[in-house]
Design a protein around this ligand. Structure first.
Ligand code: FAD
Length: 117
């Protein structure tokens, strides 16, 4: 089957949005369990992502730069960095990770006290 670059890019955009929004919702001070869930999820995600080449490359990134989860900002900063590694490979401009603060908003109500800032 031929590659459909439009669909591949669309899946990429949706997925990055989901991943960055997830990192942005990690608690400021995650528990041991919350940290393990975040890090394990990233490794499982890298095994399941439907674009095989993308997933393989992302697994290499994870091996070199293991997921960071000590705090929300550490997780968001790590993922921003990892996305920039992909951007570089695809010859896309780097994102300024210092400005990631409020960029990813889940639009959800703050009904979960644990997730409040
Ligand atoms: P995207 O890279 O999809 O980014 C979407 C938006 O996120 C940008 O417009 C910008 O606002 C913001 N953004 C950009 N950089 C960052 C950052 N560092 N941190 C936070 N936000 C940022 N495609 C391939 O062709 N080959 C691959 O090997 C490949 N690997 C991928 C691996 C993963 C894990 C994922 C999720 C996607 C991969 N893709 C790959 C898809 C590719 O990364 C893009 O999603 C796709 O090309 C669409 O690019 P885009 O220019 O719309 O911006």
């Amino acid at each position: 089957k031929l590659e459909n670059a439009t669909l591949k890019a669309e899946l990429g955009r949706a997925t990055w949005r989901f991943l960055h929004t997830t990192a942005a919702r990690l608690p400021d001070k995650p528990t041991k369990d919350e940290r393990a869930i975040f890090e394990t999820f990233m490794h499982l995600f890298a095994l399941l992502y439907p674009c095989g080449d993308c997933a393989r490359h992302f697994r290499e990134i994870l091996a070199k730069y293991p997921p960071q989860s000590g705090s929300r900002s550490a997780a968001a900063g790590w993922l921003c960095f990892a996305h920039n590694v992909v951007n570089e490979r695809l010859e896309k401009p780097a994102f300024d990770c210092n400005t990631i603060g409020d960029f990813y908003d889940c639009g959800c109500a703050d009904d979960d006290k644990k997730k409040k800032a």
